[in-house]
Structures are given as C-alpha cells and as structure tokens.
Design a protein around this ligand. Structure first.
Ligand code: HEC
Length: 156
C-alpha cells in the first residue's frame, strides 16, 4: 500500500512557512531593533512623511481640544476631534499597514477611536472635566507608542 506520510511532511512545512510569514506580516511588520532600544519601523520616505504629517495633526488637534475645553466650547471640541477619529484610519493605505507592527496598529487605531469618543462626548454634552480625563488617557497612547517605536530615515 502506498503511504501518504511524505505529503503530510510537505503540508506541515508549508503551513509552518505560511504561519511564519503571517506572523512576520501581522505581528512584526517591517521592523528592526534601533540603537536607542526602541523598535524602528522601516518605511519608504513618502510613507514616513505621511505618518509624521499625521502626527503633527494629532498634536495640533490635542492643542485645539485643550483650548476648547478651557473655553467650554463643546462644538469646537467636537469639530477638532471628529476628523482625527476613525474616519482618519481609512486614509492609511494597505502597503503601509503591512509594515506596521501589530502593537503600533493597536495603539494607533486605538488613538483614532479615542478621538471618536471625545467627539461623541462633546456632542452629548459631557462635562469638560470628563473629556479632559479622556484626553489625558488618550495621550498615554502617544507616550506609549513614542516610547516603543521610532521612524528612522531610510539610509540609501
Ligand atoms: C501608534 C504609535 C503612535 C501614536 C499612538 C502616536 N505617535 Fe506620534 N509618533 C510616532 C512615531 C513612531 C514617531 C516618530 C518618532 C521618532 O522617530 O523618534 C512620532 C512622532 C511624532 C511627532 C513628531 C512629528 C514630526 O514631524 O517629526 C509628533 C508631534 C507626534 N508624534 C505627536 C503625537 C501625538 C500628540 C500623539 C497622540 C495624540 C501621538 N503622536 C501618538 C508614533 C505614534
């Protein structure tokens, strides 16, 4: 009788290779260990610029929300937070997503969802103090991600 064992070995190897590939793409992304101990996410120059541009918008948005909260101007809080909420995730293209490690995506997407929550809280008339606490929690994501990751310029 013919044995099928070798097939299982080949299938087993293929599954292992695919699982390792999926682990690399989904969990690790395109990364390397940086000199300062953080994880370097290696992006093309245009992708890096897009991410840093978004970062500057996050900083501006945070400033606008702090100012609007001090003025108790909830419409301005919502107007600042809404565009950087989950709507902004759709602009991240798929080849860039594949290079971002899972932890980076969790912190990044979580930050966008938190700005949705801030916009909703402002719309629903939550007290300024509650929104301040939410913003402060959200900024822990900024701190956590900056402590873990950096975006080096690609050496040519
Ligand atoms: C998912 C990860 C992540 C999150 C969340 C995040 N950042 Fe960043 N940010 C980065 C990385 C990585 C850099 C590049 C740092 C480096 O290379 O040293 C960066 C850079 C920046 C810069 C510099 C931009 C430039 O032009 O060089 C600013 C400003 C900034 N972030 C603001 C924020 C603010 C404000 C928040 C939160 C509201 C935030 N970031 C949340 C990952 C993140």
């Amino acid at each position: 009788m013919k044995t099928t064992t070798p097939h299982w070995i080949v299938i087993g190897l293929l599954v292992t290779v695919l699982a390792a590939g999926a682990f690399k793409v989904i969990v690790l992304g395109n990364t390397a260990k940086a000199d300062d101990g953080r994880t370097a996410v290696i992006l093309e120059p245009a992708e890096r610029q897009a991410v840093l541009g978004e970062m500057r918008i996050l900083l501006e948005t945070t400033q606008s929300i702090v100012e609007a909260l001090a003025n108790e101007d909830m419409a301005a809080v919502e107007a600042a937070a809404r565009p950087i909420g989950s709507a902004a995730i759709a602009t991240v293209d798929f080849s860039l997503r594949a290079k971002l490690p899972l932890e980076f995506k969790k912190l990044g997407f979580g930050t966008h969802y938190a700005f949705d929550d801030i916009a909703d809280m402002a719309k629903e008339g939550a007290p300024a103090k509650a929104i301040q606490i939410k913003l402060s929690d959200t900024m822990n994501n900024c701190i956590a991600c900056h402590a873990s990751f950096q975006l080096p310029e690609k050496r040519i």
